[in-house]
Design a protein around this ligand. Structure first.
Ligand SMILES: [Zn+2]
Ligand SMILES: [Zn+2]
Length: 241
């Protein structure tokens, strides 16, 4: 019974009670029943909900952003969702690699990818509202199951000032460690596109074409060549040559 031993270190009272039990056993008397005493003690020192290893690993490196949390709470107050605002927390989560952001309904928490700020300056704010819209839609659904990017979510996006928001959560972040010698930047969203080879022809930003032009090519979103040194500073997450 490892629980006995573990408890005895912290609870001297219990040690005594157990010792008296051991003695009585030594004198060959009836074995005393400790179950009730122990049950009571377990209740007194009931530990908080156990934190799983997985949870600890997930929380590692999380950085709470008080400013963004306050911004979201204010936004929620303006649309009369103060109740949802109370427990809300916004974190930067370095474990997110290509995911831009995540909304956790249960804990009313938003995780943002720290690499977001390397994209267009408005990117963190936009992703934040996208994720906040998930929390709003879920809150308003009050237990009914809804499509993650369905009409309730789109309504919430409009209320939060990002009408016509796209469902995409992924960022074009490098996964392979290939050395990139050329850098291009979208003239619309400012995204940096690393390339191993020089672009042989005029190219447009794929996320922008998809978001604003139904996936068709448009010169509005042309990629402009940029100096490698500048790209290295703006997007150090890529492996540059
Ligand atoms: Zn989403
Ligand atoms: Zn773009």
């Amino acid at each position: 019974m490892p629980e006995y031993r573990q408890l005895s270190f912290e609870l001297p009272g219990l040690v005594e009670r157990l010792r008296s039990g051991v003695k009585s056993r030594g004198r060959r008397k009836a074995k005393p029943d400790h179950s009730e005493t122990l049950l009571g003690l377990f209740e007194v020192i009931a530990p908080p909900d156990p934190v799983t290893r997985q949870q600890i690993a997930q929380d590692r490196g999380l950085r709470l952003d008080c400013e963004l949390t306050a911004q979201c709470q204010e936004l929620l107050n303006t649309i009369n969702l103060g109740a949802l605002a109370v427990g809300l927390k916004v974190y930067w989560n370095p474990r997110l690699i290509t995911t831009a952001g995540l909304a956790h309904h249960g804990t009313v928490r938003i995780d943002l990818n720290p690499r977001l700020s390397r994209f267009a300056p408005e990117e963190p704010g936009r992703t934040l509202r996208h994720e906040l819209a998930h929390l709003v839609a879920h809150h308003r659904a009050a237990g009914r199951s809804i499509q993650p990017h369905g009409s309730q979510w789109r309504e919430a996006c409009t209320a939060l000032g990002i009408p016509g928001e796209q469902r995409c959560h992924n960022l074009p972040l490098a996964r392979r460690a290939v050395k990139r010698k050329f850098a291009y930047q979208c003239r619309h969203c400012g995204i940096i596109v690393p390339r191993v080879r020089k672009l042989s022809r005029e190219s447009a930003c794929y996320p922008c074409c998809r978001a604003y032009n139904r996936g068709r090519y448009s010169r509005r979103f042309l990629l402009d060549s940029m100096p490698l040194e500048k790209a290295k500073k703006l997007a150090p997450e890529y492996s540059w040559a």
